[in-house]
Design a binder for this molecule. Structure first.
Ligand code: AMP
Ligand code: MG
Length: 397
């Protein structure tokens, strides 16, 4: 094996190849989770008219305290048919258009209204409870910047500003390929020596959650022809992610056949545990990850490298991985030469989390990993990280 890259170096190399894909129009209803490819300005003043912040009465501040006739009842969406004259009141609902001539709204709680007259016992400040035109944002003003990840509030703001469609980098097409003669799909009986194929479903779940469109091939046997056919097809995608077959065994065919198909290997081997034999290659604009077959190794590689690439391809300027910090609940031995991602559970300790490593840290133990919700980064070195020490970790979703 060539010298191992550090996690940071490997991440920098993969991200250097992950330019945002070309933008496409996206209807607002499908925009959640996408990343804006362009700045967006508001199409309208928001609010588009002076509107009432309360249920109450539109009046002139100069006319109160006093008793005023109620000359109109304004509902949201149904403005008054004429301006308010001096000495008049109009009933108004929250969101109703404040009529011309009025300069304040008195909340219903602060008045006594009987039949068609309203008694306002106290003075009212000019402008009270009126939301001015454009008080939230003005027509033509910046609403959201390119690179914004659209969450619920952003989708709401776009809709409020009258925007029905946005421009976002298209979602990457990913092919997930599982290799291994021993693999059977869940739902079928296992023959001796076989195990269930778990990386395929796991990778599909991870990549769809990251915003990709995913197709899956395999499992394919450790056979050159089968590998060649499957890899050739996968190389048509934006990102090809294989699992298995990247170690040094006689049945590890992925790297050699990728090379035969014209993929150029950028690196093979990262100083990380688990996940060391990860390979990264490119062919044209296609990015290729050869992940190790052990399920926890594959999972770690997804969190460290593949998810960030999928986010970067969608234009996310902070594609991750995002490390947080918390204290360890128990000590963890360090590996002398490789950074380790230790599966842990986050437990509440007052206002903080503590990280409790799960038992069963071997790279085939996906069932144990399923009980974890964090990957704790234990830097390579001598000795241990002590209980109570702060550690960086990634959240597993
Ligand atoms: P490999 O990297 O092909 O040498 O595989 C390493 C280990 O991971 C072996 O025990 C394989 O059986 C297992 N493995 C490989 N691919 C998968 C998969 N898709 N699902 C579950 N286990 C796998
Ligand atoms: Mg294999």
């Amino acid at each position: 094996m060539p010298p191992l890259l550090s996690i940071e170096e490997a991440l920098a190399r993969v991200l250097a190849r992950a330019r945002p894909l070309e933008p496409e129009p996206v209807p607002l209803a499908e925009a959640a989770g996408r990343v804006l490819a362009q700045d967006v300005a508001s199409l309208i003043d928001l609010p588009p008219f002076p509107s009432s912040a309360m249920d109450g009465f539109a009046i002139r501040a100069a006319d109160v305290p006093g008793e005023l006739p109620i000359v109109f009842r304004i509902a949201a969406g149904l403005p008054a048919e004429r301006p308010l004259e001096a000495g008049e009141a109009m009933e108004i609902s929250t969101g109703g258009t404040v009529p011309e001539g009025a300069d304040a709204v008195v909340p219903i709680e602060n008045v006594v209204a009987i039949d068609n007259r309203v008694h306002v016992p106290e003075a009212v400040a000019t402008g009270a409870h009126i939301r001015p035109i454009g008080g939230d944002v003005r027509a033509g003003d910046a609403l959201l910047a390119a690179g914004t990840v659209l969450g619920a509030a952003q989708v709401g703001a776009l809709a409020a500003a009258g925007i029905a469609e946005v421009s976002c980098a298209r979602r990457p097409r990913v092919v997930v390929l599982s290799t291994g003669t021993e693999l059977r799909p869940p739902g079928e009986p296992l023959d001796p020596g076989q195990i269930y194929e778990s990386n395929g479903p796991m990778l599909v779940a991870a990549f769809e959650a990251a915003g990709a469109r995913v197709d899956r091939i395999g499992p394919v046997a450790d056979d050159e022809e089968e590998h060649r056919r499957a890899l050739e097809w996968g190389l048509e995608a934006d990102v090809l992610v294989s699992s298995g077959g990247v170690s040094v065994g006689p049945h590890d065919l992925v790297r050699r056949i990728l090379a035969e198909l014209g993929a150029e290997e950028d690196f093979w081997g990262v100083a990380v545990r688990p996940g060391k034999p990860i390979a990264f290659a490119t062919r044209g604009s296609t990015l290729v990850f050869g992940l190790p077959g052990n399920p926890v190794s594959a999972l770690v590689a997804v969190e460290l490298f593949v998810r960030p690439v999928l986010r970067a391809l969608q234009g996310d300027p902070s594609p991750g991985p995002v490390y947080e910090t918390a204290r360890l609940a128990a000590s963890v031995r360090r590996n002398a030469t490789r950074d380790e991602l230790v599966r842990a559970r986050r437990a509440r300790d007052g206002d903080e989390f503590v990280l409790d490593p799960v038992t069963g840290q071997e790279s085939h133990m996906i069932a144990r990993a399923a009980g974890a919700d964090a990957l704790v980064l234990v830097p390579a070195g001598e000795g241990e990280l002590a209980a109570g020490e702060a550690a960086r970790y990634l959240r597993l979703s």
